[in-house]
Design a protein around this ligand. Sequence first.
Ligand code: TXA
Ligand code: MG
Length: 333
Amino acid sequence: MTATPDTSAQSATATERLSPDHTGIARAVEIWRAGGRVAFPTETVYGLGADARQGRAVAGIYAAKGRPAFNPLIVHVAGLAQARDLALFDPQAEALARAFWPGPLSLVLPRRAGCGLSDLVSAGLPDVALRVPAHPLARQLLAAFGGPVAAPSANPSGRISPTTAAHVLTALEGRIEAVIDGGPCSCGLESTILGRGPDGRWRILRPGAVTDADVARILGYLPAPQEGTAPDAPRAPGMMASHYAPEARLRLGVGMARSGAVHLGFGPPVPGEALNLSPSADLAEAAANLFAMLHEADRRARTAGGIISVAPIPEMGLGLAINDRLRRAAAPR
Ligand code: TXA
Ligand code: MG
């Protein structure tokens, strides 16, 4: 029996155009609360926003962008106080935030336990990228929403970033619930991303409007550029040393649960399975559950043979990203 995957997160949606006023902001907030996607302007580029606490809403971002893999997303908040609820700020992170927020700087920081963020926004990493944008409309939206908004640039994967609402619509019309038109972005270049390297020193993970010299004034040293990557090539999360990889060995494409393995199902439950990514074979639900269930399966596998078996996931839509992540987790180490 083959389950038919539900690709609802990718199905056609009439994209609403919202005005940058009280009515438009209220509607955007309503859509975010309901788990939908609203593209909105920041001073850098338009972001494709969704509630960072709702796994399925975050999965909807990846589905609309057609991302072949789960790159971690930047989480946008209204201010430093909200950011502190989500991540751990050491004194230098605090100083950087005070110097450059609101503004085009994203800080990669350790997630706070119980922060409520979906695992998917961090692609299963222990860190989260946070930013307080300066665009007045973005600030009003975040204040009205009152929660964290995950937002990558509002372009399909591999295409250039949008700096007007028209760019967003050209690429994503019919794939997202709404766009709020705040005019052209003033910066047009994505934010600088700054995080600590394995040696504890800060480094630039993606260059942007906040330069290494700007950052050096706060840190007292020049942050290293990210090694071995083109200027806009972000670190592939699966390649990062800090990336979560299960201790257990993974076997993929396994149709049934066997003794000696913790089975992670997909679609109609099979006898003996430990966990199920989505009994209804909904890829958005499976994406939302992926990292939390991998952690849990890994925990259980420690006392149950050290093997996790995973049911076949269709190679379509979000299934491509799910399988990409599973293959990385299964790769020999
Ligand atoms: O200006 C910007 O930063 C725009 C606006 C909308 O805020 N956003 C943006 O997002 O450019 P995006 O998804 O296109 O690029 C974010 C990149 C990811 O590709 C990822 O490599 C990096 O930020 N990133 C996010 N979270 C990370 C994390 N926890 N660790 C390392 N890198 C992270
Ligand atoms: Mg981008």
